[in-house]
Write a protein that binds this ligand. Structure first.
Ligand SMILES: *[C@@H]1O[C@H](CO)[C@@H](O)[C@H](O)[C@H]1NC(C)=O
Ligand SMILES: *[C@@H]1O[C@H](CO)[C@@H](O)[C@H](O)[C@H]1NC(C)=O
Length: 257
């Protein structure tokens, strides 16, 4: 039966000729063009969804250091208080529970993080460890601004014979698509801001825009892989996914993409 139907269908298609086949392909091409156009448009307006900007966050990090020298907890409180005073809760959702820390194992490095904000286009966290750590930064689809609050971070990229040094008050900027080895020789805490970006779009290649689209969710596999393949710390995995998901969802509810 099924075989007969198929034969009839094939003959039918053959009878109506190449016309309908061309129409089908034109429709598919049209839909594909529409999808590409939509994504291209979304990518160009992505900056409108950003609430934070790297320059004021750097100012804030420096002000926090100045306001609470030698007091990491005080710096974090300064940052959260300032952000909640600056941005209305209708514009962006901030997680003010500064006791909500989780381990973060990624790229061979280990520390803990407190997620202040997570949405689809941006995240802002406090990341660090009082012990020091070392690893691979990850090859990310977002621009990353690592504002050092306490301690010093070192980094190098292949080809460099000297290390880069980032003391407290400076920013280690890692553009998307680049990776380094980094080391916090001693304890470091930092305010890390990442944003998916359409920076330099006009000069970007097709691959830049479509293979590395610049969305925060694409950073999550790197952030969680070590937990799944090495530490097997399931409660940490669960809590990281739960907090990130909760924050992204609550931001979506107020229209923060
Ligand atoms: C937040 O911090 C920035 C940078 O230090 C400062 O210019 C601004 O006035 C602060 N805002 C509030 C509401 O405290
Ligand atoms: C911070 O700590 C360093 C080293 O322990 C010390 O030299 C410095 O005086 C401290 N600064 C303040 C403002 O407490």
């Amino acid at each position: 039966m099924a075989g007969n139907k198929k034969t009839e269908k094939t003959q039918g298609a053959a009878k109506t000729g190449g016309g309908s086949c061309i129409m089908r392909w034109l429709t598919r091409l049209g839909l594909l063009a529409l999808l590409v156009a939509t994504c291209t448009w979304l990518d160009t307006i992505k900056h409108r969804w950003y609430v934070f900007d790297p320059t004021s966050l750097h100012e804030l990090a420096k002000a926090a250091i100045a306001a609470s020298p030698n007091d990491t907890g005080g710096m974090i409180q300064h940052i959260v208080t300032n952000l909640t005073a600056t941005y209305p809760s209708t514009q962006i959702r901030l997680n003010t529970n500064s006791k909500e820390w989780v381990f973060n194992n990624a790229g061979g490095a280990m520390g803990a993080m407190y997620i202040i904000h997570a949405s689809i286009t941006e995240y802002l966290i406090i990341f660090g460890t009082p012990l020091g750590t070392e690893g691979h930064t990850g090859l990310h689809t977002a621009d990353d601004y690592f504002n050092i609050l306490v301690g010093e971070q070192w980094a190098f990229a292949p080809g460099a014979l000297q290390m880069e040094r980032y003391p407290a008050g400076t920013v280690h900027f890692l553009p998307r698509g680049t990776a380094k080895q980094y080391k916090m020789h001693e304890g470091v805490f930092a305010l890390e801001y990442a944003r998916g970006t359409s920076r330099a779009r006009r000069h970007a290649t097709f691959a830049d825009n479509w293979m590395i689209p610049g969305w925060i969710p694409l950073m999550l596999p790197f952030g969680l892989a070590d937990t799944l393949t090495s530490t097997l710390d399931i409660p940490t995995f669960y809590n990281t996914a739960r907090i990130t998901g909760r924050e992204m969802f609550k931001n979506l509810l107020i229209g923060k993409i």
